[in-house]
Design a protein around this ligand. Structure first.
Ligand SMILES: [Zn+2]
Length: 141
């Protein structure tokens, strides 16, 4: 959780700069290539740093809300630790020991919820549900 302040600031800066929290739009503006591809069902997507180019590859079998979350997660990697290539595994809870996975999950959750973070009428569970964020991410709100 050392990164929390940094993640918060990064999310705020991106939204302020691009006037949106749309991870697809932000990625495009940052020259990060986002592609859909067919891959094993156990993989949600991955981030790859290759010859100074940044690529986010999303599993085309994911449902749309999960595509948004995984893209936001991979965008987190691209922004927070750009030179580390990573995979998003469906059973991500098992690799949550990894600090960079935590960072990316925290980034994705805060990015997607940001416009509504002051919505006190909604419980954390409702917020997660509304934005299609996995319930395991509750601890980041
Ligand atoms: Zn990841």
């Amino acid at each position: 959780m050392i990164m929390t302040d940094y993640v918060d600031r990064t999310v705020e800066q991106l939204i302020k700069r691009f006037h949106t929290n749309d991870p697809f739009y932000i990625a495009r503006r940052l020259n990060i290539y986002v592609h859909l591809a067919s891959m094993d069902a156990s993989i949600g997507g991955f981030y790859r740093y290759l010859k100074r180019n940044k690529f986010i590859i999303i599993n085309n079998k994911l449902q749309s809300s999960m595509r948004v979350f995984v893209t936001a997660h991979e965008l987190g990697h691209a922004v927070l630790h750009p030179k580390t290539s990573t995979y998003f595994l469906k059973n991500y809870t098992s690799c949550s020991a990894s600090e960079i996975e935590d960072d990316a999950n925290e980034f994705a959750t805060k990015l997607l919820i940001n416009p509504n973070k002051n919505n006190t009428e909604m419980t954390r569970e409702k917020l997660l549900e509304k934005y299609g964020i996995p319930s395991e991410m509750k601890r980041f709100i």
